[in-house]
Design a protein around this ligand. Structure first.
Ligand code: NDP
Length: 297
């Protein structure tokens, strides 16, 4: 029988544990971790994402701050806001909600975030550290994927994992974690043989048929179908697509469920884990910014 991997339940367990860690840290150091979100313009989806993250912060005992800016904010004004947050000792993590309006230079903004407050793990220094297996922060969505795999003891060591998508936020860091020798969650949840596919991959189906595990992060509603999978494959659907029929993933759940040994649903799969991992990074940022509490490798 196909196992439906319950991201909501796994995230709730992780968040309960985290809330305790936040409380312990605050009791020991009299510092409440704080996440600042920068939200630009009126994109409804971005507003929902930021609201969810703030609610999650509250439930974990993490303070949150919202910096709202008009859609026509200039690059200089936004850079100044980032500088202010970088310099503010009460702010430990900074999140710039993407996508930014087209007139802004996203790369320059993300590079301006202090790498010690970069809870999304976008800064080149943090990406470099991740690839070198000495991470400061773990990227939230790929870390969430590893967490659900560990929760269900779906080991990746020695397995052929096909990651579909090569974005900086999901595909590339996902592959970087899976290929590690030691891995942040232990060697059983890394050490995979990894193939990365993208829009120029010549024969996606032929590659998918060889996969023990498929991780889909494409942004194309229900693109991957059951008949493309090897029977018994594990399917992790990172996709979140808004359609007339509600939220759907990048995987066609109905046909893949027939073939897969285990599969994540959308919604209720990786989304809740991403938020939980953001909270974990905010606590870690506060710990790293507190002298003697935690040191880096
Ligand atoms: P991007 O658009 O940045 O990247 C999509 C990737 O998929 C690209 O590498 C692209 O290839 C590849 N791709 C597109 N079409 C095809 C195709 N037909 N065949 C093979 N590869 C293809 O998306 P993101 O990585 O940011 O997001 C992916 C999905 O995950 C989205 O649905 C997004 O909403 C969701 N998401 C969910 C999160 C969560 O918390 N669950 C968090 C972040 C994202 P190329 O590089 O060649 O263009």
């Amino acid at each position: 029988m196909t196992i439906i991997l319950d991201g909501k339940k796994t995230a709730a367990e992780l968040r309960a544990r985290l809330a305790q860690q936040v409380a312990d840290f605050e009791a020991a150091r009299r510092i409440r971790p704080c996440l600042a979100a920068v939200l630009i313009g009126d994109d409804p989806a971005s507003h929902v994402y930021v609201k969810n993250k703030q609610t999650a912060c509250q439930s974990a005992g993490i303070a949150s701050r919202l910096v709202r800016l008009a859609v026509d904010v200039t690059q200089t004004e936004l850079m100044r806001e980032i500088d202010n947050l970088n310099a503010d000792p009460l702010v430990h993590g900074i999140l710039v909600q993407l996508p930014l309006p087209r007139h802004l230079n996203t790369q320059e903004i993300l590079d301006a975030v202090d790498p010690h407050k970069d809870v999304d793990c976008f800064h080149p220094e943090n990406v470099g550290r991740l690839v070198q297996e000495r991470p400061r922060f773990l990227p939230c969505t790929p870390h969430g994927v590893l967490q659900i795999l560990r929760a269900y003891q779906l080991k990746t060591a020695g397995k052929h994992v096909v990651v579909v998508g090569r974005s900086e936020i999901v595909g590339k860091p996902m592959a970087a974690l899976l290929v590690q020798k030691h891995g942040p969650l232990g060697p059983d949840y890394s050490n995979a043989t990894v193939t990365i596919c993208h829009s120029r991959s010549a024969d996606l189906t032929q590659v998918l048929r060889q996969a023990d595990m498929v991780i889909a992060a494409v942004g194309q509603p229900q693109m991957i179908r059951g008949e493309q999978l090897r029977p018994g494959a594990i399917v992790i659907d990172v996709g979140i697509n808004r359609t007339d029929n509600g939220l759907v993933g990048d995987v066609d759940f109905a046909s893949c469920q027939q073939i897969a040994a285990a599969i994540t649903p959308v919604p209720g799969g990786i989304g809740p884990l991403t938020v939980a991992m953001l909270l974990e990074n905010t606590l870690r940022a506060a710990q790293l910014q507190t002298a003697d509490y935690m040191t880096e490798k």
